[in-house]
Design a protein around this ligand. Structure first.
Ligand code: ZN
Length: 198
């Protein structure tokens, strides 16, 4: 299960923003895999993190906005890890996500259900609400004590971020660590073979 891979990435369980950034481009057998490739995949991803109701409907438009937020978060994470300034657009987008969440749930009376609270545009509300939660998590992470622990995986082809839970950790997961070790062993073997043959 692709989903379970995240549980071994330090920080992905605690930080929605980290989990979102890591939902893309896991290189490996069968090519690259985007966990948010379709609107339904986005629904499953959000549902697995209790961010939406089971009956919430997500559209391609919603997927586009979440994927855009993911790109902006990657920009911010890369700036933090690389020690350079983020693009102004990414900061603006994050702040927009933080502030545009509908704060007011209106009171309605439905004859069959009695009083309920809901927003004017439920479909839009779902994605705005989710984006605000993820943006809040990102802002907390980037401006907090854990920011210095944020790191990008050093394995070839891996674009995941993780929290460096101990100083020497270079890889997002044991899977990447094993992959790098295997590649190094293979390179050594080839070098030895080449030396023998020459
Ligand atoms: Zn990795």
């Amino acid at each position: 299960m692709e989903e379970s891979l995240h549980t071994e990435v330090p920080g992905a369980d605690e930080h929605l923003s980290l989990a979102l950034v890591d939902s893309v481009s896991r290189a490996g057998r069968g090519g690259r895999h985007d966990e948010l490739g379709t609107a339904d995949a986005v629904r499953v991803w959000l549902l697995a993190r209790d961010l939406i109701d089971p009956d919430a409907v997500l559209y391609e438009y919603c997927r586009g906005r979440i994927v855009q937020l993911r790109d902006d978060l990657r920009d911010l994470f890369e700036a933090q890890v690389g020690g350079h300034a983020p693009s102004p657009g990414a900061v603006h987008a994050l702040n927009h996500a933080l502030t545009s969440a509908p704060g007011v749930m209106l009171l309605r009376f439905e004859p069959t259900m009695g009083f309920i609270r809901s927003a004017d545009h439920p479909a839009t509300q779902v994605v705005e609400h989710v984006m605000a939660l993820i943006a809040e998590d990102a802002a907390t992470l980037l401006a907090g004590d854990e920011a210095s622990m944020l790191a990008s995986c050093e394995a070839d082809g891996c674009e995941w971020f993780f929290l460096r839970t101990h100083a020497r950790r270079q890889w997002c997961s044991t899977r990447c660590g094993d992959r790098v070790r295997a590649a190094r062993a293979y390179a050594r073997k080839r070098a030895a073979l080449n030396a023998e043959m020459s």
